[in-house]
Ligand binder design. Structure first.
Ligand SMILES: Cc1cc2nc3c(=O)[nH]c(=O)nc-3n(C[C@H](O)[C@H](O)[C@H](O)COP(=O)(O)O)c2cc1C
Length: 286
């Protein structure tokens, strides 16, 4: 499946882009509305984009009454990304989403670098969310953990159905003239091409550690990039930063992916995925 990365596409203002995906992933929804951070919230760097949006979102009440019916009308299956500051936040939102048949899956954002409050451990969050919903649960992990494969195993043991890899990594851009941070809050999350090698390593490590379904993302700009993620162990891929520059990226990347797989003589992406199965025992982190 081809998805968008959470926070990188507004399906309601760009419905055709959303319809060009196999499923749409919402921006992270939190218990209460959030205004987000003071501007500037986005800055370009030589190797990708820095953002410090600060999880601006309408909050779960308004999301359910206003956004959900509009998303339903789009006719695209959608996943809801869920965030919070303590375990109960995640469990509460999951139990409220559980009643809505239209929600295909829930992605637990346990990895946003732009929120200040500490979150409890990913494992606790997954375990509580698992009790709160029967919907497919995906845990979105950060590659910043010393051993992301170990975190993935813990999430698997706590009842997650799949993994989304990776979220942004913390970065800082200084304005060349003033030498002050370019972003309002100072630091932000780095996305785009710089993430790709880090994301591929995280996908390969988590695939080896768990064998679970993975949504791979981080710097995907072409079909060949997407194929690399599949060969590393991702069953699905998601497009993030590329959508800001090229809203037609889903259709283009699908075509390029098809062509790149055909060049290898692969008739389906399952053949590419098989590379991860074959290599999974021999991939090494060093
Ligand atoms: C502007 C922006 C907003 C984002 N908001 C969210 C978010 O709300 N929740 C989330 O889990 N990830 C969020 N992300 C991270 C992306 O979903 C994705 O994990 C990351 O950007 C890596 O993919 P990319 O390099 O293709 O952009 C955001 C990224 C960007 C650039």
């Amino acid at each position: 499946m081809l998805l968008n990365a959470s926070g990188c596409l507004d399906a309601l203002t760009a419905p055709d882009v959303a319809r060009s995906l196999d499923a749409f992933v919402t921006k992270t929804v939190t218990p209460l509305p959030r205004e987000g951070n003071a501007p500037a919230r986005i800055a370009e760097t030589d190797v990708g984009m820095l953002n410090a949006i600060g999880l601006a979102n309408p909050g779960i009440d308004r999301f359910l009454t206003r956004n959900l019916p509009q998303l339903e009308k789009l006719g695209v299956p959608f996943w809801v990304s869920v965030g919070g500051f303590q375990t109960d936040d995640y469990a509460d939102i999951c139990s409220r989403l559980d009643d809505h048949a239209v929600v295909s899956a829930i992605e637990l954002n346990v990895s946003c670098p732009n929120v200040e409050a500490p979150v409890e451990s990913a494992t606790q969050i997954v375990a509580a969310a698992r009790l709160a919903t029967r919907k497919p649960l995906w845990a979105k992990l950060s590659p910043a953990a010393p051993d992301v494969g170990e975190v993935a195993q813990a999430a698997q043991a706590a009842g997650v159905d799949g993994l989304s890899l990776i979220n942004t990594l913390r970065g800082l851009k200084l304005d060349a003239r003033t030498l002050r941070p370019a972003l309002g809050p100072g630091q932000g999350g780095l996305s785009g091409p710089a993430l790709k090698p880090i994301a591929l390593a995280a996908v390969a490590s988590c695939y080896r550690a768990t064998g679970m379904p993975i949504v791979g993302m981080g710097g995907i700009q072409t079909g060949l990039d997407a194929l690399e993620f599949i060969a590393a162990g991702a069953q699905h891929v998601a497009l993030g930063t590329v959508l800001f520059a090229d809203p037609d990226a889903p259709a283009r990347i699908r075509m390029e992916l098809h062509a790149a797989a055909a060049e290898h003589g692969w008739n389906s992406y399952d053949d590419a995925y098989a590379v991860a199965h074959e290599e999974s025992l021999s991939l090494r982190t060093t």
